[in-house]
Design a protein around this ligand. Structure first.
Ligand code: B3K
Ligand code: ZN
Length: 881
């Protein structure tokens, strides 16, 4: 087999033929499903007479083919590994095909497959071609009519996109339902579900007074776990009307929960298919974080109905057009429904850890890539999260009103079309009158821009001079970068008053919080009438996805932590302060010097704990030390063990110094046990739980006897999964196996029937810092609840170990790397999309010492020696390039 070939953006051509209508009939069978397809086609205005008709198709057994009702002779068409070509076709015609596929044999979970006995589909990006021959590209949009035939006993429920228009009985215990989707859509939004499912139903009345039926379809035993998803859906529908003026456009909106699913969920028109982990919740089985994740994913998929479905992407290079924009939309929705500062802190914290690492590694790519081998590899943090940051910058640049006008213009002008990122940005430029030419570079340049900032206060003149220099490092295929248009939101905090000072720049008064525009490689900003010496608070709210360096002293950071009016930057000042202390300790560990705790960190934490704060959620974030992964991001060369030792040292130092404060905070916020209110995922309750659980984690860091007692009680009280899981994690990660072993056993037995809880049980154990973690992974792989065929299980056990247990994954004997490579090799055959994602930690080899580099590369080489799927091939080639 020849090496897989790349597709290039510069090669884009419109399709030669377009499909005006698609009629499908599925006769379901696990081993031999028959798919009959009638395509109504016409030549594209830009196509030429004589152009052959080319259809994608993979793994399809063609049973019949006819053009305008006439069966085609073997020499009138050609079949290949990738599809079907009909040599001569008229200007307007219909084509009938019939193919056979085997859903039960589909372990890649793309196209039509079976999950827990039910049939379901995943077509984005290129799964529809595994269902039937089709121009499987997003710029071909058609109305669909879909008839699904199944066994009335095994598959009483038969679903597809749109509205059901006909149903009936057939001989041999079969029955059918026909669905009609009036909105033209690309094939990637097609969906089919068939099985023995039960529904929960509700309604939503749109702004214009139309009543929409809402259904969530689940297996019977999960009927009690849909309330939160349903409530989230209704909130999202109302929010999209309010924030974007977007109403739902069908009479029926369905969500289906599926156990085997590669991603979180999929926005198929009118029939969203969800990974069960992204929709099912119950206080006893799901944590606060899971409740919030469900809310945001339900909203995300719903928002796609406009940003993605009604207006879609011209080609897959434009993927961030729908994903970046929709992530931005779901982030704003979650900020509005929960604690806005905490939402921003969580998003940025994740972004700076994971996306920065991607941007600095061998798979770095721009928000709009210009080539790919396998588009399935491009559902990345860069496309999604950096794409969302870029839209956020746009929204801040043009301002709220113009952003709304721009989005209205975009949805109206391009409704029913497949468009590009330029089309979107042009609407924003038109609505605001701003020139966004330079801004477009954000879409085309990979890598994280770095800003070096220097400030100088002139007492005599009352001036503050801020110098900013930007530079974007080279990334694969992009050695040289141009300066970007970077909005830097800032304030100058007076060191005497502790307040934001009024800002005057070039004679213009800007208030006390303003955005300055960095466009050049180097630029100077002179603020006048600055009454007192300030500490600058830069990049407030993380106003651009960049790394900003400023030579802050520890006193400056403690000052900002206490005084900054921007909640995000207060948190960030605390993180920076902790990082400086951690740097010293990492160096001490490496040099074998005795470690000393920085008292300024202790003092800063003491003040935080003493202050009467009403935002407990933000306080919990401020009391959380930077993660090992984030600390690693800051180091020139990652020393896994030194980072772990340093972080543990700081945590223990804080716990020893502030033990009584942590105990008090725990007690003050731990109300549930004493007959308090029932669990609810409200911002107030979540804030209290996070704060007391952070406090408990400090007490457990020193294995304080009272702390251990509290953790054991919290576990035994069994009040809600957030508390139970946290307590079990702390016990399991402590050295007190006499307490954790019985607790783990009890938990494992109690929840053996619930795979989503067992995933948490796996994750708790494989993140244990003790040296037995890797053996546990191997042991748990033999557990009856584990299966390599289920992506959630693989992620919970193997993904979590490799991604989150840094000391054990990076063991110096290479056993962690070997285990991961073994799994990648097996999954390469079963599920290439999951296999390719799993490799990520190995691709980061360049960040480690020579010994680890060699071990990691050897495992990558071992993978490369296999017969690889295009997915794994692309990632491994880049990693070893
Ligand atoms: N659009 C889907 C992604 C599915 C891609 C799988 N290869 C999920 C989402 O972003 O909403
Ligand atoms: Zn999406």
């Amino acid at each position: 087999m020849s090496d897989p070939q790349a597709t290039h953006l510069s090669d884009y051509r419109p399709p030669a033929y377009r499909v005006t209508r698609t009629e499908l009939t599925f006769d379901l069978d696990p081993a031999a499903t028959r798919v009959k397809t009638r395509l109504h086609l016409e030549r594209h205005p830009e196509g030429e007479a004589g152009d052959p008709l080319q259809l994608h198709g993979e793994g399809l057994a063609l049973k019949a083919i006819a053009l305008d009702g006439e069966p085609l002779d073997a020499d009138e068409y050609a079949l290949s590994e990738n599809g079907l070509t009909v040599h001569r076709v008229p200007e307007r015609f219909h084509l009938d095909t019939e193919v056979e596929i085997a859903p039960e044999a589909n372990t890649a979970l793309e196209g039509l497959y079976q999950s827990s006995g039910m049939y379901c589909t995943q077509c984005e990006a290129e799964g529809f071609r595994r269902i039937t021959f089709y121009p499987d590209r997003p710029d071909v949009m058609a109305t669909f009519s879909t008839t699904v035939i199944g066994d009335a006993g095994r598959e009483p429920v038969l679903l597809s996109n749109g509205n059901p228009v006909e149903r009936g009985e057939l001989p041999n215990g079969r029955h059918f339902v026909t669905w009609e989707d009036p909105h033209p859509k690309p094939s990637y939004l097609f969906a089919l579900v068939a099985g023995d499912l039960k529904k929960v139903e509700d309604t939503f009345t749109t702004l214009s007074g139309r009543e929409v039926t809402l259904q969530i379809w689940v297996e019977e035993e999960n009927l009690g776990k849909t309330d939160h998803a349903m409530a989230s859906l209704k909130r999202a529908m109302a929010w999209d009307e309010e924030a974007y003026g977007r109403e739902y456009d069908l009479d029926l909106f369905m969500i289906v929960a599926v156990n085997d699913f590669n991603m979180g969920a999929m926005e198929n028109k009118g029939l969203n298919i969800f990974n069960s982990a992204a929709v099912l919740t119950h206080p006893h089985t799901a944590t606060d974080a899971a409740f919030q994740r469900v809310e945001s994913i339900v909203a995300h998929e719903y928002f796609h109905n406009w940003s993605g479905n009604r207006v879609t992407c011209r080609d897959w290079f434009q993927l961030s057009l729908k994903e970046g924009f929709t992530v931005f939309r779901d982030q704003c929705f979650s900020a509005d429904t929960n604690s806005a500062p905490v939402k921003r802190i969580e998003d940025v914290s994740f972004f700076r850890t994971a996306q920065f690492a991607e941007d600095a590694g061998p798979t770095a790519h721009p928000v709009r890539p210009d080539h790919y081998i396998e588009i399935g590899n491009f559902y990345t943090l860069t496309i999604y999260e950096k794409g969302a940051e870029v839209v956020r910058m746009l929204a801040n640049l043009v301002g709220e009103a113009a952003f709304r006008c721009g989005s209205d213009l975009y949805f109206e002008r391009f409704d029913g079309q497949a468009v590009t990122i330029e089309d979107f940005v042009a609407c924003m430029a038109e609505a605001s009158g701003l020139d966004l030419t330079q801004f477009m570079r954000w879409y085309d340049q990979a890598g994280t821009p770095e800003i070096d900032a220097f400030g100088e206060y002139d007492y005599a003149r009352g001036e503050y001079r801020l110098r900013l220099a930007q530079r974007t490092p080279a990334t694969p295929g992009q050695p040289d970068k141009l300066p970007l248009h970077i909005p830097v939101r800032l304030g100058l905090v007076g060191t005497k008053s502790g307040r934001d000072l009024p800002l005057t720049l070039d004679g213009e008064t800007l208030g006390t919080d303003a955005v300055i525009h960095l466009r050049e490689a180097e630029q100077e900003f002179l603020f006048t009438d600055v009454a007192e010496a300030p500490v600058p608070s830069l990049l407030r709210g993380f106003s651009a996805p960049v790394k900003l360096r400023f030579p802050y002293g520890r006193e400056d950071l403690a000052f900002l932590l206490a005084n900054d009016s921007d909640g995000f930057n207060r948190w960030d000042a605390g993180q920076r302060l902790a990082l400086l202390a951690l740097d010293d300790l990492i160096a001490a560990h490496r040099n074998g010097v005795e470690k000393v705790m920085d008292t300024r960190v202790v003092d800063a934490f003491r003040s935080l704990l003493a202050a009467e704060t009403d935002d407990k959620a933000v306080l919990a974030e401020m009391l959380t030390l930077p993660s090992e992964a984030y600390i690693a991001e800051q180091q020139p060369l990652v020393d896994v063990d030194a980072i772990h030792a340093a972080r543990t040292f700081v945590k223990q130092g804080l716990a020893m110094a502030l033990r009584d404060d942590f105990l008090r905070v725990y007690r003050e916020n731990h109300l549930e046990h004493s007959g308090g209110e029932p669990y609810a995922p409200t911002p107030e309750q979540i804030a209290r739980r996070s704060l007391k659980n952070v406090a408990l984690s400090y007490l457990m860091a020193i294995e304080d006897e009272e702390g251990i007692e509290l953790a054991r009680e919290q576990f035994a009280a069994d009040h809600n999964m957030t508390d139970v899981r946290h307590a079990l994690t702390l016990l399991t990660h402590s050295s007190r196996d006499e307490f954790s072993e019985p607790a783990l056993r009890a938990f494992g037995e109690k929840w053996a029937h619930d795979p989503l809880v067992m995933d948490q049980w796996f994750a708790i154990q494989v993140t244990r810092p003790q040296p037995d973690a890797l053996d546990r992974v191997k042991f748990l792989m033999e557990h009856p609840a584990f299966s390599l065929k289920n992506p959630n299980r693989v992620r919970a056990l193997i993904g979590t170990f490799a991604g989150q247990n840094r000391v054990n994954f990076h063991r110096l004997d290479g056993a962690g790397y070997r285990l991961l490579a073994d799994m990648v090799i097996e999954l390469n055959r079963l599920n290439p999309e999951i296999a390719a994602r799993l490799i990520t930690p190995l691709t980061r080899w360049a960040r480690f010492d020579e010994t680890r580099q060699a071990l990691m590369k050897a495992e990558l080489e071992r993978i490369r020696a296999e017969k690889l799927s295009p997915n794994v091939y692309e990632v491994v080639e880049k990693a070893l390039a």
